[in-house]
Design a protein around this ligand. Structure first.
Ligand code: ZN
Length: 141
């Protein structure tokens, strides 16, 4: 088993008024030369959690951190004009929490961060403050 001590949350950088299906995501990542979707999970606006890459497989989502992490991505992250925004629907927030809870049971020593919280990352991904949100929803590992 590979050692997992980090969960990295991403957004797909999709405008809130657009749709980016799990199939479109896979096609996009394959076009970039990945074997399959770089993330392990994808959560669409309706709150559906799609398992993409098996957890045992090293992801392709966070440079220098892939070997020991799991990547979760939600559909959205940009407002209708293309500016970074927390566009998560209530269903997405619920599903994300549910997924984090279950992953934390499997990997009790895991840290949860947003992509932008990693050093050298100059993106706004996932367009919300992960630590602050986890505190708000009273999430404890
Ligand atoms: Zn990201």
């Amino acid at each position: 088993m590979r050692k997992i001590d980090l969960i990295v949350i991403h957004c797909s950088a999709t405008r809130a008024n657009r749709t980016f299906t799990v199939e479109a995501l896979e096609a996009c990542h394959k076009a970039r030369g990945f074997k399959t979707t770089g993330y392990h999970y994808y959560i669409t606006k309706d709150g559906t959690i799609y398992p993409c890459r098996p957890e045992e497989m090293v992801g392709a989502h966070a440079k220098r951190y892939n070997a020991h992490s799991i990547g979760i991505c939600y559909e959205g992250g940009l407002d209708a004009s293309g500016n970074p925004a927390d566009t998560r629907t209530e269903a997405q927030k619920r599903s994300l929490l549910e997924l984090l809870k279950s992953l934390c049971k499997d990997y009790p020593h895991v840290e949860i961060v947003g992509h932008r919280d990693l050093p050298w990352v100059k993106k706004s991904c996932p367009c919300f403050d992960v630590k602050k949100w986890l505190k708000q929803v009273n999430f404890h590992i």
